[in-house]
Design a protein around this ligand. Structure first.
Ligand code: C5P
Length: 422
């Protein structure tokens, strides 16, 4: 394997048999145009959805599918060994299961098993398959081994149904690949710096070494029935960036992720939750062990009073459906009221207020009510704040002063926010 510090990387893209395979063509194209050497390993099922000539023309390389081709070049292991990074997109439930079990009955399975490269998986499947306990367990197992995931997102699926299971948007997959390249390059640079006595890794100052950091990220989902939920558009990007920045700076990081749509770097302990109630329990269990708590998750303020055990049907509900909602616990406020010794608590406020002064007034009221040490305020709207790569924030202290105002990538803002806590 060659180090990914050079501009052009050897990226292997495993394409498996889902209808979303056609979308991966644009991922290949962008990676090639970004200067990378892209090698597609397609399963037989993938080629039923997208033609080999298309994949070869766009990737500008021969597409490998057959385990028994190129045997003299030991291709079943050579492709994986040469890879700097492996992306599997779309990844079916079947491929995820095989990868979790280490099954290598095709070229892609062999490639993955024979590689030490970081792996990013972009799942695509029907919601029932994504929620199936087998898939949930396989994903958790792979995550625990350091495999990263991007998506799936919620949206229209192949049939009339919609829900979680849709392939992440091609641009987001490319962004996740590029982010993973950045993370692994930084990890390698840090590792390379270690042998020199007293060397401080070049990648980041270790100013959070010894600190235990708890971060919440993502958006909670409040179930209405077995297939529907009330949710929000938070992808978890900003919270994940904070967790990764803290990790790179030497902290022991626990990330409580609510329905994250972005991959998480290895070395961070990830606890996955779905609803606000689950988030509240996970936070109350983890908070006593944290010196710094960053509550970046977008938590639903209300949840349905009852969850229907069967799908709510319009023929029985009629023309008008009334939902009764009950208030969720305010986790941040509870943390502020039961603060541990020397514990620092950072809250977030996502507001749609357009006027700057009114936004600051809102934030001042909120930090007083919530009792946190810093409040990071960002404006959100139909196209701002959530899911975007960049962000703009201001940070307020309990006296109501603006202690920081900054814009930039979510990772750069993560570092700026952490700077205020050291
Ligand atoms: O009140 P608002 O939802 O604007 O507050 C946002 C902050 O409070 C975020 O840090 C969020 O994580 C946290 N929050 C919470 N529990 C809730 C609602 C929000 O901890 N039920």
């Amino acid at each position: 394997m060659t180090g990914p510090s050079s501009g052009s990387l050897n990226i292997v893209v495993g394409v498996t048999g889902g209808i979303a395979a056609y979308k991966v063509v644009s991922v290949l194209r962008t990676l090639v145009l970004s200067g990378h050497d892209v090698h597609v390993v397609a399963t037989d099922a993938a080629l039923r959805f997208v033609g080999k000539p298309t994949l070869e023309a766009i990737s500008r390389n021969v597409v490998n599918t057959d385990l028994y081709e190129g045997v003299s070049q030991v291709r079943h292991v050579a492709i994986g060994q040469a890879a700097d990074l492996i992306l599997v997109a779309p990844a079916t439930a079947n491929t995820i299961a095989k990868l979790a079990a280490g099954i290598a009955d095709d070229l892609l399975g062999n490639t993955l098993l024979a590689s030490r490269a970081p792996v990013l998986i972009a799942p695509a499947m029907h919601t029932e398959m994504w929620h199936n306990p087998a898939t949930v367990a396989n994903v958790a197992l792979l995550r625990s081994r350091g495999v990263r995931f991007i998506g799936p997102i919620s949206g229209q699926l192949t049939g009339d149904d919609s829900g979680p299971g849709r392939l992440a948007e091609p641009d987001d997959i490319v962004a996740a690949v590029l982010a993973l390249i950045e993370v692994t390059s930084a990890e390698r640079a840090a590792a390379a710096a270690v042998p020199v006595a007293d060397a401080v890794p070049a990648a980041a100052a270790q100013d959070l070494a010894g600190r235990r950091v708890l971060v919440t990220a993502g958006g909670t989902r409040e179930a209405l029935d077995p297939v529907r939920f009330l949710g929000n558009r938070s992808s978890g990007r900003q919270g994940v960036a904070i967790a990764e920045a803290a990790h790179v700076r030497g902290a022991a990081v626990t990330l409580i992720g609510a329905n994250l749509e972005v991959p998480v770097a290895s070395g961070i302990t990830v606890i996955s939750v779905v609803s606000a109630t689950e988030l509240a329990s996970a936070v109350s269990a983890a908070a006593p062990h944290a010196d710094l708590i960053v509550m970046a998750a977008a938590v639903a303020d209300y949840r349905p009073e009852t969850i229907a055990d069967r799908k709510i049907k319009k023929d029985t509900a009629g023309d008008r459906l009334t939902l009764n909602l009950v208030k969720n616990p305010d986790i941040l406020m509870a943390l502020g009221q039961n603060r541990g010794q020397n514990q620092l608590i950072v809250g977030f406020a996502a507001e749609t207020e357009a006027d700057d002064d009114a936004l600051v007034q809102l934030a001042r009221g909120k930090i007083r009510r919530k009792g946190c040490d810093l409040l990071v305020v960002n404006r959100v709207g139909w196209s701002t704040g959530f899911s975007t790569v960049d962000n703009a924030v201001l940070v307020i202290n309990p006296a109501g002063d603006i202690v920081m105002e900054a814009a930039g990538s979510k990772l750069s803002l993560a570092h700026r926010i952490l700077d205020l806590t050291v």
